[in-house]
Ligand binder design. Sequence first.
Ligand code: ADP
Length: 244
Amino acid sequence: AETQLARAGRAAAIGLLAAGLAHDVKNLVQAVRSGARLMERRAEDPAEVRRCAGLLGDAAERGRRLVEAMLDFARGGGGEAEGQGVPLEAGQALLDLAELLNRTLGSGWRVKVVVPPGLPPARGDRAGFEAAVVNLAANARDAMPRGGTVTIAAWVEDLPESRDDIGLKAGRYVVAAVSDTGAGMDAATLARVGEPFFTTKGPGRGTGLGLATVRGFCTRSGGALLLDSEAGRGTTAAMWLPVA
Ligand code: ADP
């Protein structure tokens, strides 16, 4: 059930990115169409034809890069055991993902990544980590319907004593957190999030699988997902992952 959930979460993450990508591709195709029309109309003017050809080439290159980034992400979900036992460079993974998220979340939202140099490697597979970040970023976006900044940060925490209440053993952790300044959650919602299929987004919009898969990824890696949220102020979802 755990791997099935992880697969569902990854599929959901790919779907979220693909929806954003579809929008970008539509704009690109539009640009190519008008470039081609202009070229037809100005066929007698070599300078203008050359300029249009340049624009068309640029659009094609942007399209290629978009699809390439998407494929890279999708390929990460390859083998089941892939990446297991390989230390996770969470900071680099976040920096790599930021570009893809910035292109796919939508034009009203911006992703800001704050990662210190020299972050130690953590436990967790990269594919699961990426899917978790995409799910959290999509939630952060949805919590700010009028747009805003999604902040993704990573840092190190030392836990001197075990905390059974939040499911963390004493030790050193890499924390990767996604924050928004959006709707936040009331106590009743907070108590239920992470339950598979719990969603407040309405039919056809939410699956209620996002946080359940993020939580599953964290516990599988020996860590935990901690949520800090206040209605009307925003949410920070922090993935605590043991240092490898
Ligand atoms: P989904 O996004 O498909 O609804 P999730 O498991 O990711 O599924 O989230 C469950 C619910 O938790 C959401 O419907 C929403 O009510 C709440 N939630 C999750 N993240 C946030 C957030 N960043 N801000 C406000 N509410 C959130």
